[in-house]
Design a protein around this ligand. Sequence first.
Ligand code: ASP
Ligand code: MG
Length: 406
Amino acid sequence: MALIVSKFGGSSVASIEKIKSIALRVKEMRKQGDNVVVVVSAMGDTTDDLIKLAKGTGNELCYREMDMLLATGEQQSAALLALTLKNMGCDAISLTGWQAGINSDAAHSKAKISGIDNQRIIKEIETGNVVVIAGFQGISPQGDITTLGRGGSDTSAVALAASLEAERCMIFTDVDGVFTADPRIVAEAQKLSQVSYEEMLELASLGAVVLQPRAAEFAMLYNVDVEVRSSFNSHPGTIITEVGNMEKQRIVTGVAHDLNCAKFALFDVPDQPGIAKSLFKALAENDINVDMVIQSAMRDNRNDIAFTIWKSDLPKALPVVRELVDKISASGMSCGEDVAKVSIVGAGMQSNPGVAAAMFEALADEGINIHMISTSEIKVSCIIDESEIETAVRALHKKFELDKME
Ligand code: ASP
Ligand code: MG
C-alpha cells in the first residue's frame, strides 16, 4: 500500500462545496488502496482576514499572539474536511500541527520545521484513518504554536512526505502547475512538465507563488518528488524532481517576478572591517531577511551600501536601519518601496555564457532601468521599478522564447 501526502491550498477548501469535492478525491485515493495523509491550508482568504482583524488591535506585530490566531484558520479547514470525509463513510481524523508532532524553532511568523515526531500520524494511519493535518503550523521548543510563513502548508506537506517516506507528495492548487511565467501576465506562458529541485527553489524564492521556497528546499534535501497540480481538473501537473531524472537541461526555464521588495541605501558608510557585520547582524537579529546587497567602490574611505529586503518586513526594518545609520556614522539613508525583482532561472545557464547579457539587452530595449543585479549559477535577478515589472516579464519571456517550451 502506497502512502500519499496530498496538500490542498486555500482556494481548494474555500467553501463547503469545494471541501466536499476534494473529500471525494481523497475518498477515491483511499479506495484505490492508498494510505492518505492530507494537509490543508485555511479556507480562501481566511489568513488575510484574520490579519486584518488583528490590525484592528494595533498590535499585529506581536508575532506569538498572531501565530496563535492565524493557526486557527487551518484548524477550521482540517476539522471541516474530516467531518465531510466521515460523513461520506471514509474514516478520518484531523490533527493540529502539534498533535501531528510537527516541531519547529521559535521564530514566530516564519518558523522552520526542526523535526517531525510522526508516531501519532502512523498510529492513525494504522487504524485506517485518513489523517487530515492542519498545515502552516508547528510547535516551538517552548510549547507555543508557531506558523511557518505565508504559504507554509506546502512546507508542512513536503516535510510530512519526507518524514513518512511517502511515495508521492501532491500539491493541489488553483493553477495547473508551474509555468514559464505568471500566466496572468504572459498569455503565452507554458506549463512545465518537469522542473529540477534547484530551478524550483530559485523560481519559488524569486516570487513564483506556486510553492513556498522552504517546501522546494525540503524536497531537494530529502529527495521527495513533488507534483504541483490543479484541484479543479485532472490534468497532470508539474513534477519537481532531481536534474538527473530530467531529459534535457534548458538554458532558461522560467521568468519569475516578486513585488515583495523594498530597497535601502546607506550613504557614506566608513570603509572599515566590521561595518557590514553590524548592519546585517542587527537585521538578522530582528528576523529580517536580506536579499541583494551591493557595496559601491570606495572613495575617501567611505562607500555606499544598498540592499533589499521583503517589503512586508519594512515596518520592522526601518527603526533598525535608522538606529544603525547613527551608530556606524553613515551620512544618511534612503528607502524605496516602489521596486520589484524580475529574474530568469535555468539549470543550463551555468554552461551558456551570454544569458545575462541577453537579459540586460531585453530590458534595455524596453527602456527599463536596472537598479541592482544579482546572479547565481542558475539565475540572474534585476531590481527595477515596480511600475515596469509586467513589461519586463513579457519582454524576457519573449526574448528567451519560453512560449515554445514543453
Ligand atoms: N493559510 C496560510 C497562508 O495563507 C498558509 C498557506 O496557505 O499555506 O499563507
Ligand atoms: Mg493560503
